[in-house]
Design a protein around this ligand. Structure first.
Ligand code: SF4
Length: 153
């Protein structure tokens, strides 16, 4: 997998509002080189998606419900995979939302073993990774898709 500085740079634009606000996000999640060293240790993985339909592109309620569903399934499946792959690296969609308010930067992360960084935080261009692995990234008008991955060793 190619970790791209351009993707990482998109985090610093802070369109999601989490840059420098969450232990799972840049800059706290480590430099791109540190992320690269981590990712290099893995040679296989699983890509997962949750797709849903929206009434229109302003259907924020459906977007939030879909995000919650994706994250819950992602966490649940991580627990199952961890039984066989205790050293797996899970990279999700969006910042870690395990706590209502992240402790960053005033105190250590409450759940470092559970916290998940996003694929983007690791410089991964999600649509390219989907294409490279024969998966769609976009499923048509009025749909929304969340993509995450587990790297396994
Ligand atoms: S587990 Fe809590 S403290 Fe740690 S990164 Fe997630 S939200 Fe922040």
């Amino acid at each position: 997998m190619i970790l791209m500085p351009e993707v990482r740079d998109m985090c610093s634009v802070n369109s999601c509002g989490q840059y420098d606000k969450n232990w799972s996000c840049p800059p706290a999640c480590g430099t791109l080189e540190e992320c690269r060293r981590q990712v290099r240790a893995y040679h296989t993985g699983i890509l997962v998606q949750t797709t849903g339909e929206l009434d229109d592109s302003f259907d924020y309620e459906a977007m939030i419900l879909l995000e919650r569903k994706h994250k819950k399934n992602f966490y649940d499946f991580r627990a199952i995979l961890a039984e066989d792959y205790p050293n797996l690296l899970a990279l999700g969609a969006g910042a870690c939302t395990l706590c209502k308010t992240c402790t960053y930067p005033d105190a250590p992360c409450r759940f470092p073993e559970k916290s998940i960084s996003s694929m983007e935080a690791y410089g991964l261009l999600v649509n390219q990774i989907c294409t490279d692995n024969g998966m769609l990234y976009y499923y048509g008008p009025n749909t929304l898709t969340y993509t995450s991955c587990y790297l396994l060793k």
